[in-house]
Design a protein around this ligand. Structure first.
Ligand code: ADP
Ligand code: MG
Length: 248
């Protein structure tokens, strides 16, 4: 679905991404993980065309993201960020249907899609009439997910979507998200810094450090054959999370 070849991105003269090669398979969940500042969000932003690589090639479904084609390409992707990114002055339901209205969908089509998404994400119908600041963090993330899914995109890009939630809410939302991913069969790219979450979601885990990919595979593969000493250190440093969240 995405193919990256030697993709680099600099801010000033510092490399946020340095020669990334990655192929993201359709219909599966790929998790980007690594320490803070390693380039996860930068990579996700390039996938959705918020910024361009300085060098290298990035293709979405066989085509580069070009200014002329980007609006149409973006409609094929849904994007969720850590704090949801909802418009505070719009009700939850209005946030979800904004793009569909803009594209001229009929009221009936919008309502049917909204009902389906609320069921799918276990979001209470009366919550759609509330403003984001009248909803809990977990509910806001369900709204952000509904918004990302409204146009039925092929791809979902999620940047630490559960990072700001407390553990119980996070656990519940992890279960529901996974169910949604499986039910819809979307191509999902999810960023997290939590290895337990990565193993829970990821068909494939991409471990990054300092703008580079160190290893791609399952946690079991990384434990059995770490590509570099840092892979082992990273896994060991997350041991306490793994004991809580399952994994190894
Ligand atoms: P992560 O999501 O893995 O924590 P980021 O992709 O956000 O990492 O950042 C990678 C590196 O790029 C960091 O060193 C960060 O400080 C830098 N960076 C990210 N965005 C910007 C920006 N808009 N301007 C300057 N530096 C940035
Ligand atoms: Mg980030």
């Amino acid at each position: 679905m995405f193919t990256l070849s030697q993709v680099s991105k600099h801010y000033q003269d510092k490399a946020a991404l340095a020669g990334v090669d990655l192929s993201i398979a359709p219909g599966r969940t790929t998790v980007l993980i690594g320490p803070s500042g390693c380039g996860k969000s930068t990579l996700l932003r390039l996938l959705i065309g918020l910024g361009e690589p300085d060098s290298g090639q990035l293709d979405f479904d066989g085509q580069p993201l070009r200014a002329s084609t980007l609006p149409a390409q973006r409609l094929r992707m849904g994007y969720v960020i850590q704090q949801g990114g909802l418009f505070p002055h719009l009700k939850a339901g209005e946030n979800v249907v904004l793009m569909a209205r803009h594209l001229g969908w009929s009221d009936q089509r919008i309502q049917e899609r909204l009902d389906l998404l609320a069921r799918l994400t276990h979001f209470p119908a009366d919550g759609l009439e509330r403003y984001p600041n009248e909803l809990s963090g977990g509910q806001n993330q369900r709204v952000a997910l509904m918004r990302a899914l409204m146009l039925d995109p092929e791809v979902l890009l999620l940047d630490e979507p559960l990072g700001a939630l407390d553990p119980m809410i996070r656990f519940e939302l992890q279960e529901d998200l996974k169910e949604v991913f499986q039910a819809l069969g979307k191509t999902v790219v999810l960023v997290t810094h939590d290895l337990a979450e990565a193993t829970f979601f990821g068909h494939s885990i991409v471990l990054m450090r300092a703008g580079r990919i160190l290893q791609i595979g399952t946690l079991e593969e990384m434990v059995a054959a770490p590509a570099e000493p840092f892979v082992e250190q990273f896994i060991r440093a997350q041991r306490s999370h793994l004991l809580n969240g399952g994994g190894v």
